[in-house]
Write a protein that binds this ligand. Structure first.
Ligand SMILES: *Cc1c(COP(=O)(O)O)cnc(C)c1O
Length: 489
């Protein structure tokens, strides 16, 4: 399988690249992204055959259908990372909440958020490729919370890859910060920045644009890659759990094989939703994909009106911070799939230069044939958490945004698979407030009070964080980032 570019080819890069090239060097011509040249057709036969397959067997089969240039033993080692999830036999449990509401829990990995689903195997693949080529890679990450811990955890002690991770000091939850600053491995560097997440991200961008920085990297024989969801190496692992969750509903007797379901995705950068769309393209029986947002509801606007408009918008901080995003990178891959490279390049140029684009009515109808969307306010998110806890299910604020679309976006009486992207432990002050109105300044107090109220234990990897020594004490000004990273590598 070869990969092509969403904005067409500029004549100086190869027009088609292998999977390994696309993940080692994820930036394509004109600022575009890599996508598979075509998609395998899984078909009813595939679903029938894997009706009772466990997660890893299913994952192998999906990856094989893509015929990527990764050695089978490397893929096996990558998938073996799921053996470290809570239940190796069932890394993604699917829980029936009501007759038409199923929650697919994507957070049972080491950092308790769904980023582990793709980053855990991705880390093994990237390091194996770097070793085979005898090359050294630097991954730069700016994080407001979940990507940082998951990126550090997957690359910890992996040969030929180093990670430098920037976070806003004071701008993450206690649990998220501790997950980063207690990571102790020689190939990891965690840097707190005086400032907000935007400052960390802007600092990273200016570093990526600095000739001096690139020259210094060349001198040190180090190449740059990326571990965010613009990298197809993450997307490929995010198709699998959609197929798995569907088959889980079949196994639980909620649907017959072939019957349609809704997928309902709490969306930010659109990697998770894109994985669902690709699964649908490959033949998974999906009625529609529901795109759930918080008050940063640019995706709701996009799906309802075909309009993507950054003007007059600013990121609003919410209780679901992993979705506080306005530039949702993976929407571009949907545009490419529906409208082709020329139109995608035109739309993305309009977004980059004018801050907006508008689809035609016909194009908007094409988007609406696949997606529907709604958003929830923080108040609705807390009310939903409380209401469902009273009925016996505890969910995090990101997952909670989905319940609005669950009620408003389905025009058929079909089951809805809601994706749960984080454990309650990662956003405990919001949950404590939702359940009892209490205000906790520190995660540890909220964790204890929720645990007491609900009878749920605090998982050992979260409890242990508060006693682990700080291995990464660096907190600096933006101006010192370049020097700090260069001295690290
Ligand atoms: C990253 C993240 C999301 C958003 O996922 P995308 O694939 O970027 O749309 C939602 N919830 C949580 C908890 C996350 O960490």
């Amino acid at each position: 399988m070869q990969f092509i570019e969403t904005r067409g080819n500029d004549g100086s890069r190869p027009a088609r690249v292998s999977f390994s090239q696309a993940i080692l060097n994820p930036m394509a011509s004109f600022g575009g992204l890599y996508v598979p040249e075509r998609f395998p057709d899984l078909g009813a036969d595939f679903l029938q055959r894997h009706r009772d397959s466990n997660y890893k067997v299913l994952a192998r089969a999906v990856l094989e259908a893509f015929a990527i240039d990764i050695a089978p033993e490397v893929l096996q080692r990558a998938l073996d990372r799921y053996d470290h999830f809570d239940d190796p036999a069932q890394p993604v449990p699917v829980v029936k909440v009501t007759d038409d509401l199923f929650v697919s829990e994507l957070y049972h990995g080491p950092t308790r958020a769904f980023k582990d689903m793709a980053l855990q195997p991705f880390g093994v693949v990237l390091s194996a490729l770097a070793q085979a080529r005898n090359e050294h890679y630097l991954i730069l990450a700016a994080t407001s919370g979940d990507t940082g811990p998951a990126t550090l955890e997957t690359f910890k002690n992996q040969p030929n890859v180093k990670v430098a991770c920037l976070y806003p000091d004071g701008g993450t939850s206690d649990v998220q910060r501790l997950q980063m600053v207690t990571e102790d491995a020689p190939n990891l560097k965690v840097i707190g920045i005086h400032g907000a997440f935007d400052d960390a991200q802007t600092a990273l961008k200016s570093l990526l644009g600095s000739q001096r920085f690139h020259a210094a990297l060349r001198e040190r024989k180090t190449r740059l890659s990326a571990a965010n969801s613009v990298n197809f190496g993450r997307i490929i692992f995010q198709q699998i759990y959609h197929i798995h969750s569907y088959l889980e509903l079949v196994r639980q007797g909620a649907i017959a094989l072939g019957e349609k379901v809704y997928l309902n995705v709490p969306s930010g950068n659109f990697g998770n939703a894109l994985g669902g769309y690709y699964a649908m393209k490959m033949g998974l029986p999906v009625e529609k994909i529901l795109i759930s947002s918080n008050q940063n509801n640019i995706l709701t606007d996009f799906v309802r009106h075909g309009r993507y408009d950054l003007r007059h918008r600013k990121v609003v901080p919410t209780s679901s911070p992993a979705m506080d995003i306005l530039k949702s990178s993976n929407v571009e891959r949907v545009l490419f799939d529906l409208f082709g490279p020329q139109r995608t390049r035109e739309l993305m140029a309009s977004l980059d230069e004018q801050g907006h684009y508008q689809l035609s009515d016909t194009e908007t109808a094409q988007v609406q044939a696949i997606f529907a969307a709604d958003f929830a306010t923080d108040g609705e998110v807390e009310a939903t958490i409380r209401e469902h806890f009273e009925q016996g299910y505890l969910m995090d604020p990101h997952t909670s945004t989905c319940l609005k679309a669950h009620r408003s976006c389905r025009d058929k009486d079909l089951p809805d698979i809601v994706y749960s992207t984080a454990e309650w432990t990662k956003f405990s002050p919001t949950i404590a407030h939702a359940l009892s109105g209490e205000v906790d300044a520190h995660d540890i107090d909220a964790l204890k009070s929720i645990s007491q109220k609900t009878g749920l234990p605090i998982p050992p990897m979260i409890a242990a964080l508060f006693d682990r020594p700080i291995a990464q004490p660096t907190v600096i000004d933006k101006a010192d980032i370049e020097r700090e990273i260069l001295s690290f590598i």
